[in-house]
Design a protein around this ligand. Structure first.
Ligand code: ZN
Ligand code: ZN
Length: 340
């Protein structure tokens, strides 16, 4: 099969021929229909994930069709040819996180594409049918990014939902691939006023079309004051930061009202001071790391109902290096999906 592998961090992917994997006990072989090109793979490609085995096939946002079952995997409700989304946060399957339904928090190096081979290839070996969800008529190209680009903001929004009662506001920072889904989930699941902070005018326009109530350009005027003016004066009940640099974290934490929550999603590596008198009373600071298998089922059901707007461009797997170059330069407005 054709696969795009990273041999040396910081160098381009190499598209090459590899043996097609044969599923072992309990495993399932998926023929890839689409694999989302995720921004986090830029970090991994640059060498930011210690312990990553090399060479490595990256790609953790996958959907396609069941090609073959390993022994014991063929009697668990799926058939050859079924269209499926792959839940990518694979774990050991038997620790308290995995058994508690948060397999994605078990061990990052067990995730497909970060230890085991991922989906920038013609075929993907999945450890268990528990990581498969039926697509119910969704196109695999459209479904692939839902497994991360939509699941991650969905899980972040759910963490904030208990605070987003009528009359409150939510601030979302960064309306890129993930933030665009985040805006939709906030509007769909909460009555809060949604304030979007974004530097790119095209993305601010897109944010409004996706339901944002207000957009703010943080580079124009005093962003703190502007956020305050649009969050009812006492601040935001929740802030979701899809960027995660020092400046966005400082802006976000300053925007919180007492008992508000700041949810860090962006992987840019920033930090923010958190002190007794430095932040709103009883504010909390948390992060959201991907989402659970059951949350993915919820995301897919919203997509199946036609409730999600996806901004997707499709490219052949052979163009992976061009796609990652454009991703690196911020030239992909929504999500790019690689098709083998
Ligand atoms: Zn990702
Ligand atoms: Zn586990």
């Amino acid at each position: 099969m054709r696969a795009a592998r990273l041999h040396v961090p910081g160098t381009p992917f190499v598209v090459e021929d590899l043996p097609t994997p044969v599923p072992g006990p309990g495993q399932v072989l998926i023929r890839i229909g689409g694999a989302g090109a995720c921004h986090s793979d830029l970090h991994i490609k640059a060498g930011d994930l210690p312990g990553l085995p090399l060479p490595q096939t990256l790609g953790h946002e996958n959907a396609g069709w069941i090609e073959a079952f390993g022994p014991g995997a063929d009697d668990q409700g799926f058939e050859i040819g079924d269209a499926v989304a792959v839940f990518g946060g694979w774990g050991c399957g038997h620790c308290r996180l995995c058994l508690g339904g948060h397999e994605q928090l078990c061990d990052t190096l067990l995730w497909g594409g970060m230890g085991p081979a991922g989906g920038y290839a013609e075929y993907l070996l999945v450890p268990s049918t528990r990581q498969l969800l039926t697509l119910g008529g969704l196109d695999p190209v459209l479904a692939a990014p839902l497994t991360d680009a939509a699941l991650t903001p969905y899980s972040a929004v759910k963490k904030a939902l208990p605070l987003l009662v009528p009359g409150t506001s939510a601030v979302l920072i960064g309306a890129g691939g993930l933030g665009q889904y985040g805006i939709q989930f906030l509007k769909m699941l909460s009555p809060a006023t949604v304030v979007v902070i974004e530097t790119d005018p095209a993305k601010r326009k897109l944010a409004l079309s996706l339901g944002a109530d207000v957009t703010i350009d943080p580079r124009a005027g005093d962003a703190d004051d502007e956020v305050r003016a649009h969050t009812g004066g006492d601040g935001a009940a929740a802030v979701l930061d899809f960027v995660g640099i020092d400046a966005t974290m400082a802006l976000g934490v300053a925007a919180l009202r007492p008992q508000g929550v700041f949810v860090l999603v962006g992987l840019a590596g920033g930090s923010v001071p958190f002190s007794f008198f430095g932040v709103a009373a009883e504010a909390s600071l948390t992060m959201s790391n991907w989402g659970s298998r059951n949350e993915l089922e919820e995301v897919l059901s919203l997509a199946q109902r036609g409730d999600l707007v996806s901004n997707i461009e499709q490219h052949p797997l052979s163009a992976i290096n061009d796609v990652f170059d454009r991703l690196d330069r911020g030239l992909i407005a929504g999500r790019a999906v690689l098709v083998p």
